[in-house]
Design a protein around this ligand. Structure first.
Ligand code: ADP
Ligand code: NA
Length: 330
């Protein structure tokens, strides 16, 4: 009688995770450690769907793991590992590729966005089949719950479809996962353009809060965040997206309700809200930055955590892969 399983992966982006990654995904990874048998990985296989520099990829993968630990992942409470250390991901992905329709895969909106950015000459088949690898990532662990941001909902939906298809064709094998997306933080918006999501690829430097930046730099960005010509501090995602985004960030980081914040700032201006939020962000990132540096300064500890994580992950992944390969006829 085991706990429900949680699984999620995050790409080793260059430099730093941003506040959207933390509030939309990583914060839920930390919470689900307490209630779930949780598996989290840095998805370096996914990272090579666009051109990469080998040395940078290796460094960014470690930096990502260090940031996940600094954000609160506890290797005693969850399994943290690097995707490429567990070969079963790629091995199951082939089966998933052969169960996914070409038209079905062509409907993935993230592929449309990312391939448009790469241009047709730069778009690899790997970028196209990225969601199929992600399906394998999830079902290998029989995950019940997949903590992600709103932009990943479609990928969890196709995971459900393909897992159900496999089960129908070959017999009950895989758990059907649910996305775990919080309404308040499933989509954190760009500070300069609160109609698009904060993102490494689409945000301008002023629109994104990088967790490892100097707090002063982030404070300046928050103070110049785009709001509206009204003055009232009120949550209204449709008419006041900028202010609403700041309120969502503030409420989540301080574990306060939006209603309490609206009361607190009744009659006050946007300047007061921004100054206080800059302080809240500084308080969160300051220990995060030093903990990340501690892990980077102690490569042996980091390596040992990741090696143990890969071993624990492999035990589960190998069992699922063996069952799936057997069902397929291998
Ligand atoms: P990016 O979109 O910046 O490239 P990733 O694709 O690496 O970031 O996303 C890693 C995780 O963070 C995913 O679960 C994704 O859904 C989540 N995420 C990314 N951006 C945001 C955002 N602006 N708001 C909420 N969640 C986000
Ligand atoms: Na994303």
């Amino acid at each position: 009688n085991r706990r429900p399983r949680a699984l999620s992966g995050i790409q080793p982006t260059a430099g730093s995770f941003h506040l959207g990654n933390y509030l939309g995904a990583i914060r839920q990874y930390v919470a689900l450690q307490e209630t779930h048998d949780a598996f989290y990985m840095v998805v370096d296989l996914h990272a090579i769907t666009v051109p990469q520099d080998p040395k940078e990829l290796r460094a960014n993968t470690r930096l990502a793991a260090a940031q996940l630990l600094a954000a609160g992942l506890d290797p005693e409470r969850c399994t943290l590992f690097i995707q490429s250390h567990v070969p079963e991901h790629a091995q199951l992905a082939w089966v998933v590729n052969c169960l996914t329709g070409f038209g079905e895969a062509s409907r993935m909106t993230q592929f449309k966005d990312k391939s448009a950015k790469q241009g047709s000459a730069g778009t690899t088949v790997g970028l196209f089949t990225y969601p199929m690898l992600q399906i394998a990532d999830i079902i290998l662990y029989q995950a019940n719950s997949v903590p992600v941001g709103e932009d990943q909902r479609q990928h969890v939906e196709i995971t459900r479809d393909v897992a159900e298809r496999f089960n129908a064709r070959f017999g009950e094998t895989f758990t059907i996962p649910d996305p775990y997306i919080l309404k308040e933080t499933g989509k954190i918006y760009d500070l300069q353009d609160p109609t698009i999501k904060m993102s490494k690829s689409a945000s301008t430097p002023k629109g994104i809060i990088n967790l490892l930046d100097e707090p002063k730099v982030s404070a300046k960005k928050i103070k110049s965040a785009v709001t509206d010509t009204d003055t009232e501090i009120r949550f209204d995602a449709e008419h006041k997206p900028g202010v609403s985004n700041l309120l969502s960030i503030y409420a989540t980081l301080t574990e306060t309700s939006i209603a309490d914040l609206e009361t607190k700032y009744a009659g006050k201006g946007y300047g007061a809200l921004k100054t206080d939020l800059a302080e809240v962000v500084t308080e969160w990132v300051t220990p995060f930055r030093s903990r990340t540096q501690e892990y980077l300064d102690d490569p042996e500890t980091l390596d040992s955590i990741l090696a143990k994580g890969a071993e624990k992950a492999r035990a589960v992944a190998a069992e699922t892969l063996a069952a799936a390969y057997d069902k397929v006829g291998f």
